[in-house]
Structure formats: structure tokens, C-alpha cells
Ligand binder design. Structure first.
Ligand code: ZN
Length: 228
């Protein structure tokens, strides 16, 4: 078995690449898993698309409001350990939009797909509290539609997030992939920006098949991180 603790101790800079599996122990369902958010939806990619938001804002709002917000969710041991390690010598690049890495105290976090709890008006770009968004998706002053600052299907990633993620990966001599099958581009392409010789370790309950050299820890991430 790969010794993650020893690998982290000897590394100079650890970059964690995380996905939905990291937040499942906090009670947030994995989008793509069998029991996840998408399991009972006919066309989830359309529901979460910019086309749906523009053409059917009421449907978009209903779906997002009822399926995606877990304001009671708390960071778990994976978030906590990653925060402690990355604050000391590393970074976290996450696909998650739940803000739990930051809630755990992590300072060097790249939210690759945005954050559900940042809300803005599409018309005037004013920021709003998510609690207000959960009451109404309209900006009363100008009639604009409020939306979460997440990357929808059909939208481009933020250039700032891309460059910060590339920097975080390029600095690392150890990359730890956790809670993601690492199949969805462009997130999965980030590893291409690693320096030659960077060690890559994946922690996941299901064995991963990845198109680059890596070491697999096939185990429950919560149990693994609890031991760090
Ligand atoms: Zn507005």
C-alpha cells in the first residue's frame, strides 16, 4: 500500500485535485454517482446549462434551489486535513462548488467551477447573499435574474481559475487526486501541467484508470485522511 502520510511529509509542495467524493461524507451527493443529483433527472446537463438559465430561468432556479444547496453541510476530516497540509505547503484545486474547502480554513484554494454561495445579478452584476437567492431569483431594483457564480454547461471557465490551477499543479512535487474519477476535461487535463517527475497519488474507493503514471490508494478517503 502506498504510504500517503510519508509521501506528504517528504513533499515540498502538495497540490490536491478534488471532486464530489470529498463532500459526500458531508452529506452532499455526488452529481454523477448512482444516487447522486443527476440520477433522477432526465437531462441534467441541460438543466444546469446557460441555455436553460436564459430560456427557462424559472426551471433553472427551481432545480438549483431544490437540488444543489446544502447550507447546513460542514467540512469533514478530508477537508480539514487538506486545509492544514495545503496551508503549510500546498494548494487545493477543486471541482466542487460547495465552498467546503474554504469553510475548513484552506487559504490556497482554486474553485475551478465557481462557488454556489456567491450570487450575482446577471443584469447589473451586483453581489447578493445566497439566502436572498433562495427566497427569490429576481433583483427587485432592476428585474435582473440572480444566479450562482458557477460554471454552467455551455459557459467558459474563468481564465483566472485556469491560470491559478495551472500554477498550483506546476508548483507541486506531489499531486493527490481525491474524490473524483478524473474523467471530465478540462479538470482532468491539469495533470499535463505537472513538472516531470512529480509524484501522483489517487485516493478513491473505485480503482481509477488514468492515462498517466500514478499510484492508486483504493480506499475510503475519509479513513485515509483521518490517519494523516
Ligand atoms: Zn441587478
Amino acid at each position: 500500500m502506498v504510504d500517503l502520510k510519508a509521501a506528504i511529509q517528504t513533499a515540498k509542495f502538495v497540490t490536491f485535485l478534488t471532486g464530489a467524493g470529498v463532500s459526500v461524507p458531508s452529506g452532499i451527493p455526488d452529481y454523477r454517482s448512482k444516487n447522486g443529483l443527476y440520477a433522477h433527472q432526465q437531462n441534467p446537463e441541460y438543466l444546469l446549462s446557460t441555455d436553460n438559465l436564459q430560456a427557462h430561468p424559472a426551471d433553472f432556479y427551481q432545480f438549483v434551489k431544490s437540488s444543489m444547496y446544502y447550507p447546513q453541510a460542514k467540512p469533514n476530516v478530508i477537508h480539514e486535513k487538506m486545509a492544514a497540509i495545503s496551508n503549510q505547503k500546498g494548494a487545493i484545486v477543486t471541482q466542487n462548488v460547495d465552498g467546503l474547502h474554504t469553510a475548513a480554513g484552506a487559504k490556497n484554494v482554486v474553485e475551478f467551477h465557481g462557488n454556489l454561495y456567491r450570487i450575482y445579478c446577471q443584469h447589473c452584476h451586483q453581489s447578493f447573499d445566497y439566502q436572498q437567492y433562495l427566497k427569490s431569483d429576481r433583483h427587485a431594483a432592476d428585474g435582473g435574474i440572480l444566479r450562482p457564480d458557477i460554471v454552467l454547461y455551455g459557459e467558459a471557465l474563468s481564465q483566472q481559475a485556469i491560470s491559478q490551477a495551472i500554477t498550483a499543479v506546476g508548483q507541486a512535487d506531489l499531486i493527490v487526486i481525491c474524490g473524483t474519477s478524473f474523467q471530465v476535461a478540462p479538470f482532468s487535463l491539469l495533470v499535463n501541467y505537472a513538472q516531470p517527475g512529480t509524484r501522483v497519488i489517487a485516493v478513491n474507493e473505485q480503482k481509477l484508470m488514468l492515462p498517466f503514471k500514478f499510484e492508486m490508494i483504493q480506499a475510503d478517503a475519509q479513513a485515509i485522511f483521518a490517519q494523516l
